[in-house]
Design a protein around this ligand. Structure first.
Ligand code: B12
Ligand code: SF4
Length: 465
């Protein structure tokens, strides 16, 4: 869908900016392109902006070509989010599709092509070369894209790579001297940014799922061994004002069709004081929407879980990752298994659903160690456990799968079907089209795993009574 923002009365000296969100992933749910909308929000005071979202287009390549020719842009930005499909298959089909999108745009306009988004931040050299783009924005895009467009407007030849300093390490395979470095947006200025251009969002997201995305902070200060989240958002945590966040959520809650919030922070509950302040601010506004978030068992105590519940938290997704102390240590996770057991009890006590993700095969984890993780999951019995076999996506570390990929999948294929709360996206176990049809058929809203969690708690309660 093509959405248009005419932000200034006089557009005579501004650039015509076409922003394309290439993502078409439908599972676990279509997610609105918060990154592209944030970039659109950041430039539309100075430029004429159109957003083309390919998520629901029948013929995405034709739509991209038509938008590029009818709008006659001065610059085209393409947002690339994922390197894998929901089943964590090979990146190849997605990269080929991204190439096709870029070709369709190229065939319709000679405007410079700028790539941005998480996929670019993880694999800038690969994608720049394959898509033959003019520029890449590595890391957060608001200031960097604005600087790039201004440079183009002034007739300069900006460098091929503009990088936000939060993503400094992402450029090891590129000549860093080629790049222009834009400082990270200071915490104090995150709230001063223009809000994401939510008015340009395709309404079909709300029809399908009703979930809006919000960000309360950027960055993660932990250093878990394999994790690329700090590379995407920085290691320094930059927090937004809790009152502003609560206002934003309360405002969106009034929009018909908005029925859930997803807090997209890498980790919602750290720093604890900030998470608590956000919960209290939401509670003061009557807890306007049920919401879900990512959390870590570190710093997650009973008082915070209770505050999350009062603020509307329906569920939390925890990066527990492993069930053996040895691998936990090797992964440099900031908690121990007793913390995991403790938070599970808190979630049960306060009626918040919990989904723990487990990444098998990371840091050389053996199949035997993975079996230890499965034993721990049986003992913990969380509402939902999601299993992924490790893969590396950062190009400087040799992207690829865990050494025992097939053996780990075989283990999951044997064990997961026996446990009603276990999900394996890569094997389509309790994941994919069947689940979506079930959720849609019953007109359920919010993330699908929450409904599996609720069904399991109801069944548990029946058994106990
Ligand atoms: C929250 C989240 C989810 C939630 C989304 C909920 C929701 N309603 O939004 C859920 C759990 C549903 C989810 C699912 C999936 N996710 Co996810 N998700 C994230 C997470 C944590 C944050 C995404 C976000 O919204 N960030 C906030 C926005 C503002 O940031 P942003 O999109 O990066 O945009 C900024 C920059 O990238 C840049 N930018 C973005 N677009 C553009 C465009 C241009 C032109 C420019 C110049 C700049 C630019 O500027 C933006 C503003 O600063 C990221 C990891 C992370 N910490 O970033 C993973 C991440 C994006 N997800 C990922 C993946 C793989 C998936 C799944 C495929 C997993 C699965 N098998 O289910 C699915 C796909 C879902 C889909 N339909 O696409 C990967 C993608 C890269 C990869 N390795 O493939 C990431 C990076 C995590 C990772 N390292 O693996 N995800
Ligand atoms: S706490 Fe989560 S987001 Fe932060 S480094 Fe560890 S796994 Fe990554």
């Amino acid at each position: 869908m093509l959405s248009h923002a005419r932000a200034r009365d006089s557009m005579l000296d501004s650039m015509r900016v076409l922003l394309v969100s290439a993502n078409r992933e439908q599972y676990p749910a279509p997610v609105m392109p918060l990154g592209v909308l944030s970039v659109a929000g950041a430039v539309r005071d100075a430029h004429e902006v159109r957003v083309l979202d390919l998520c629901f287009e029948d013929d995405p390549l034709r739509a991209a070509g038509e938008a590029a020719s009818s709008f006659a842009p001065d610059v085209v930005g393409i947002g690339l989010r994922n390197l894998h499909d929901n089943a964590y298959g090979s990146s190849e089909p997605l990269l080929a599709y991204y190439e096709d999108v870029s070709r369709a745009v190229r065939a319709a306009t000679r405007a410079p092509l700028v790539l941005g988004g998480a996929a670019i931040t993880l694999q800038p050299a690969t994608l720049l070369d394959r898509l033959e783009a003019d520029h890449a924005v590595v890391g957060e895009g608001e200031l960097a894209f604005r600087a790039l467009v201004s440079g183009l407007e002034r007739g300069e030849r900006p460098p091929r790579v503009v990088r936000s300093a939060v993503a400094e390490r992402r450029l090891v395979q590129l000549d860093a001297k080629l790049g222009l470095r834009v400082p990270p947006i200071p915490a104090s200025e995150l709230d001063a940014l223009a809000p994401p251009a939510r008015d340009l969002v395709d309404p079909r997201y709300l029809e399908v799922d009703g979930t809006e995305s919000f960000q309360t902070k950027r960055g993660c200060a932990f250093q878990c061994a394999y994790c690329d989240y700090p590379d995407l958002e920085g290691r320094k945590v930059r927090m937004r004002d809790p009152e502003r966040i609560a206002d934003e959520i309360a405002l969106r809650a009034r929009v018909p069709g908005v029925s859930y919030a997803f807090i997209v922070d890498s980790v919602f509950n750290v720093p604890r004081a900030h998470a608590l302040a956000v919960c209290e601010a939401l509670e003061r506004r009557g807890s306007p929407l049920p919401w879900v978030c990512y959390a870590t068992p570190a710093s997650l105590d009973d008082e915070l879980v209770a505050a999350m519940r009062r603020a509307g938290c329906a569920g939390a997704e925890l990066g527990t990752d492993t069930g053996t102390p040895r691998v936990l240590e090797r992964l440099r996770k900031p908690f121990d298994l007793d913390d995991v057991r403790r938070v599970r009890q808190s979630f049960l006590r306060h009626g918040v659903a919990d989904a723990h993700s487990f990444v098998l095969g990371a840091e050389g984890e053996t199949v035997e160690e993975a079996e230890g993780t499965l034993a721990f999951v049986r003992e913990l019995d969380p509402d939902v456990a999601v299993f992924v076999v490790f893969m590396e996506d950062r190009e400087e570390r040799t992207p690829g799968r865990a050494a025992h990929h097939q053996a780990l999948l075989d283990l999951l294929a044997r064990e997961a079907p026996k446990h009603s709360g276990w999900i394996v996206p890569e094997l389509g176990i309790r994941f994919g089209e069947k689940v979506r049809r079930l959720v849609a058929g019953r007109r359920l809203r919010g993330p699908a795993w929450l409904h599996l969690a609720a069904a399991r708690r109801r069944a548990g309660a029946r058994l106990r009574s």
